[in-house]
Design a binder for this molecule. Structure first.
Ligand code: HEM
Length: 127
């Protein structure tokens, strides 16, 4: 079974829709056809033409688009970027393995312990 019902596009597919009369863009791995929205975009058509056929996630986020804007963009969703070419990979967050993380915690505890021991020794001998 397909993991998603969205159509899958490669970056090259999206890049070919880079004209004002045929304008797609990628925002957070989703592909949007905003051709019909150009004239209506409150931020103007120029900014959309600039990112035509391209990845525009940071530009979109930088504006701080409203929830309304995020809701209305669903109307333009036509698909998503094929998994191999996605920017955001499946594994989110820290790249550290659990073992590496435990080692780091254990190391820190040891270092703090050693530091405290030295302080206690120093204060203790100052009699
Ligand atoms: C499907 C994609 C997009 C939709 C549906 C959309 C929608 C909107 C909406 C509804 C607004 C009005 C303000 C708000 O509600 O936040 C807005 C403003 C704006 N948008 Fe977009 N937008 C899209 C993509 C983009 C992209 C890719 C850029 C930049 C490259 C951009 C730049 C702007 C700017 C500069 C404003 C004006 C902000 C202001 O004047 O305060 N938008 N957009």
């Amino acid at each position: 079974m397909a993991p998603t019902e969205l159509k899958q596009y490669s970056l090259a597919d999206v890049a070919s829709h880079n004209k004002p009369n045929d304008l797609w863009m990628i925002i957070h791995d989703k592909v949007y056809d905003v051709t019909k929205f150009l004239q209506e975009h409150p931020g103007g058509e120029e900014v959309l033409i600039e990112v035509a056929g391209k990845e525009a996630s940071s530009e979109f986020d930088d504006v701080g688009h409203s929830t309304d804007a995020k809701e209305s963009m669903k109307k333009f969703l036509v698909g998503e970027v094929i998994e191999a070419e996605r920017k955001a990979k499946k594994s989110h967050g820290s790249k550290m393995t659990p073992a590496a993380r435990s080692a780091l915690v254990a190391g820190s505890v040891l270092a703090i312990g050693a530091g405290l021991a030295m302080i206690f020794k120093a204060t203790g001998s100052r009699k």
